[in-house]
Design a protein around this ligand. Sequence first.
Ligand code: NAP
Ligand code: ZN
Length: 346
Amino acid sequence: MITAKARAVDGPDQSFRTAEIVRRDLDTQDVLIEIKYAGICHSDIHTAHGEWGEVNYPLVPGHEIAGIVTDVGSEVTKYKVGDRVGVGCMVDSCGDCVNCRKGEEQYCLKGNIPTYAGVDKYGEPTQGGYSSHIVVTEDFVVRIPDNIELDAAAPLLCAGITTYSPLRRWGAAPGKKVAVVGMGGLGHMAVQIAHAMGAEVTVLSQSLKKKDDGLQLGADSYYATSDPETFEKLAGSFDLIINTVSASLNMDAYFSLLTLDGTLVNVGAPGEPLSLHVMSLIGHRRSFAGSMIGGIRETQEMLDFCAEHNIAPKIEVISADEIDEAYKRVLVSDVKYRFVIDTSTM
Ligand code: NAP
Ligand code: ZN
């Protein structure tokens, strides 16, 4: 067994502490990864704070993992020692249900095994990327293209795929008007990816503070949702809205921005329920949808797309001692635009 250095949290109001965790011995299809960088996703914060339900502490979060393969099991065929690889939000699934067979392992009918706060097929709790090493079955490992730096690759494993997948599915393309609500970790990836897909992109942020960055990342326009005129001016404008906000919003106001047959896809996942008037959807045959990360094949497709289009997140690299401070800053939208932990500081 491998002992990994990690940062763990013991309860919803606790600070992170140093920890040692055990990674399993390599099974025949397992890959041992030395983690180099781990992104901080708002989902880590929702989970660590117990906002999504009960958590079995101690918890080591982290599902935006980039590193190097340092050992492989006897039957591994896809990876070899030295490969640059990533792991996202899940580390296994049944592989056999209709959704897994379609390559949509995130919607496994038996439940995918999340990278942390889950239980693996050996009955052990899963622990995430705020650590020095991880063991993952090769089918849940993806390859990081050579022209993407490892620190910048990490956030693609969740923020990248979570926005790429609905943009592809709902047809972001030339001639389509896409709005991105919230310019945080997910939002700033959605802007770049939708722009690269050829859509006309608008950012809807709480203020205009990040407008210059939004335009530089590829947005065509940028509006403050704190200004009520924004909603009057943009009424009926968008074919697709990707809502990345981590808190609940007045959904009806956002539905009013959709065209006939437009769709609002929620990827933001606040712990509390959202409320809506169904008339806001009925009126213009609008749809309200959700989307969760993406499958493994699509995650590889997203990485290759980002490599081809020179897309990378804007990151702030921090040491492991700065995780608590980073969480506080994410909670007040003070991040440009993803914190990434240098795991050599574990
Ligand atoms: P983040 O970096 O904190 O970004 C969220 C952004 O939402 C903020 O930067 C802010 O943007 C806006 N916002 C925050 N609070 C707000 C409020 N009270 N009212 C209006 N706007 C507010 O978070 P993230 O890592 O991008 O994650 C966003 C959400 O997606 C989280 O709920 C996370 O759990 C969820 N998520 C879902 C999936 C999935 O598979 N569906 C995957 C990953 C994450 P502005 O400053 O521009 O207003
Ligand atoms: Zn995430």
